[in-house]
Design a protein. Structure first.
Length: 332
């Protein structure tokens, strides 16, 4: 708690050994507080924190033997890359010869073997992030904590570093907890994802299960986009009956768009369709997005751009259709 404000409430979470767990949520959801509790920078007002079966709730951060990577990298600006990497080993009393060997190995592993003599200010953002990761991993900690690790990088470099982090996790096998608000990052890196909202856990599952079978409308919209199928001018049809109190959704990429009078699909008996009008078209490189007014509902359609395909403009009358098996029911 922060004064009268409860940042996280009834947080019960088990992280499996060797897994990559991501805590995902918007600002104010409690995800950063959860990570700070694990790191030991703040103490829980109640409850306990166990690492390897041992309570660490009262153990200060510097005694928890964890690797931590911050969004700001937090490298020592007055030390060379090599000295930045030696520091955590030196604090653990490791001999100079072993420190040198470990630094050489990790610098080679993160593709920085010729950069040991440089200062952090002489490195690019991606290189600094590699040093921060190397420093967190060099002492072989039982737990690695990542706080928005790629938030300061541009998109191309962020995608490159996602691959690097995934590769390092596979190689070292260290139990990793990452905090981010980036959906793509969470989907790419994680074995499981924890979606948080208002200080409580909304849903926990694998990336594929969370995306394909969200439990709530919030989870569906935070991890991707979701179209509500209510009030589209047609009663929702699905493979199973609607549970009480739930609403029907479908992902934008599951919708097929065609002209209003186009021939029906060969599997039309497995599909449902509605008629609508295109209100906006957005070109985004590999994908094109349409906003279509169907009944009183605005639906979003995403389709991969391909040569020769028809492009629809605002005002065009279109038919949207989808497989009934792609409809999901969620708690509003």
């Amino acid at each position: 708690m922060y004064g009268a404000i409860t940042a996280v409430k009834d947080l019960a979470l088990t992280v499996r050994q060797g897994e990559f767990l991501t805590i995902l949520g918007p600002s104010g959801s409690g995800k950063t507080t959860a990570l700070m509790l694990l790191a030991g920078f703040i103490s829980p007002s109640e409850g306990d924190i166990l690492i390897g079966g041992r309570s660490v709730a009262a153990v200060p951060s510097y005694r928890r033997d964890q690797g931590i990577v911050f969004q700001s990298y937090a490298l020592f600006p007055h030390l060379t890359v090599r000295r930045n990497l030696e520091f955590p080993l030196e604090m653990r009393g490791i001999k100079a010869s072993e420190r040198a060997n470990r630094v050489d190995r990790i610098l080679k592993r993160v593709h920085l073997k010729d950069f040991g003599g440089r200062m952090p200010s002489q490195l690019s953002g991606g290189q600094q992030q590699r040093v921060a990761l190397a420093r967190a991993l060099i002492a072989d900690p039982p737990v690695l904590l990542l706080d928005e690790p790629l938030g300061a990088l541009d998109r191309n470099l962020r995608e490159q570093m996602q691959g690097e982090i995934k590769s390092l996790h596979k190689e070292f096998g260290i139990t990793t907890v990452c905090v981010t608000h980036d959906q793509e990052e969470a989907l790419t890196l994680s074995d499981r994802i924890v979606v948080m909202r208002g200080g409580v856990i909304e849903q926990v599952d694998t990336p594929e299960a969370l995306y394909d079978r969200p439990a709530t409308l919030f989870a569906a919209n935070f991890l991707g986009e979701a179209n509500l199928l209510e009030e589209t001018g047609s009663d929702v049809q699905a493979e199973r009956s609607r549970p009480f109190g739930m609403v029907a959704i479908i992902r934008p990429e599951r919708l097929r768009i065609s002209t209003r009078g186009a021939p029906r699909s060969p599997d039309a008996d497995q599909r449902q369709s509605v008629i609508g009008m295109v209100t906006d078209t957005v070109y985004a490189g590999a994908q094109r997005k349409y906003h279509v007014q169907a009944g009183t509902r605005m639906l979003t359609v995403r389709e991969h751009v391909a040569s020769g395909q028809q492009v629809y403009s605002p005002g065009d009358q279109v038919r949207l259709e989808w497989l009934r098996s792609d409809v999901r029911f969620v708690t509003p």
